[in-house]
Design a protein around this ligand. Sequence first.
Ligand code: S3P
Length: 429
Amino acid sequence: MSAVDSVVIQPARAVSGTIRLPGDKSISHRYAMLAALASGDTQLRNFSTGADCASTLRCLRSLGVQWEQRPDALVIHGIAQLKASSSPLDCGNSGSTMRMLSGILAGQAFTSELIGDESLSRRPMARVITPLEMMGAQIEAGKDHRPPLKIHGTQLKAINYDMPVASAQVKTSVLFAGLLADGETRVTEPVRTRDHGEIALRAFGAQVDQQGKAIIIRGGQKLRATEATIPGDLSSAAFFLCSAGILPGSQLVITDLLLNPTRARLLDVLTSMGLSITIAEIEEHHGELRGSIQVEGRGLKGGTIAGADTAALIDEIPVLAAIAPYTREGMDIRDARELRVKESDRIAAIARNLRAMGAELAEFEDGLTIPGNQQLRGAEVDSLGDHRIAMAFAIAALGAEGETTVKGSSAAVISFPEFFNVLAQTAQR
Ligand code: S3P
């Protein structure tokens, strides 16, 4: 993502209004990939509008899958057999596309090459290469197991896999490969991560069992097309929830929001820090919970995020850290080493931008300690090409003294192209 673009953000007094967010990115990727393998046409309403999910759709098109965006829904026509792509599959900035699609491609009777942008080309892929090779695929990678990947697919065999890293992308990749393998695949995670992969497989008719932290899938099951409305992305909502948290008097309603318990830890954490959150109209569709939430800001206390909480909040930590100086007691963020291998080194990016805004903090290999009660100053901050850093610092800017320039703001298109418009509509000055 180029860093020549920028936006200027003025401080705000509060955020208010009613918003509905584009569909969750994690669910959109998974539904699209499974729809491609299912028999029949799948209709997906409120599909993610982010560039990452567009990368998944583009790769599927190169593999012979037809889809079209109709006014009310994305329609994906499943095919019996994927076809080899005549060119490398470009995953863009999307780690989810590369890792989860690898599981499917490992089980095909052809070879595929997966490439990505500069950021994705730096990200670790050994975490999917190891289990997929145990299942029988042969995978060539760049230096230190980084992209590009060349996957020589084969008839896979089931494995019993204890995941060394907590990663829902890896879990989903192995489960997708397990669907195509001979026998019963069992994946055990070190801590529970988001369960959209398991839930999506069931939505398309597969049986997936769970025993504690182990997920089990029998190979050879056939998928059936489905229809769904994808709930609003909770990780996108995080930016507005955190801004309401630090700006007393804020009143927001977010409708049709994903409330899956493996993703909703942010709501508990913000509540424990002092945000008033009322949840209404909870419904379940295809195993995913959604509802409307009403929030009222009255300042935040701060606190510690560590252990299983860090894994559960991994995508929300950039914005939590960006508002930490405005909390009364600050935040301690630990066990977050994984943040160093996301779209950017997010620990370094947070530290650099908070310091640019005048904050004091301590940076560790696995986290940050950010004292509270600090008044940030408007400054020039840099997304470093990372969508969540761009949006997190636009939120930090709301509480600052003076205006802030976010360089590389267009990175937001990766997960939330509408972000700056929604911010303009909700920010009260
Ligand atoms: C995701 C899992 C997380 C998260 C990413 C999306 C998913 O990554 O950071 O944005 O959809 O499964 P890891 O699997 O690397 O933890």
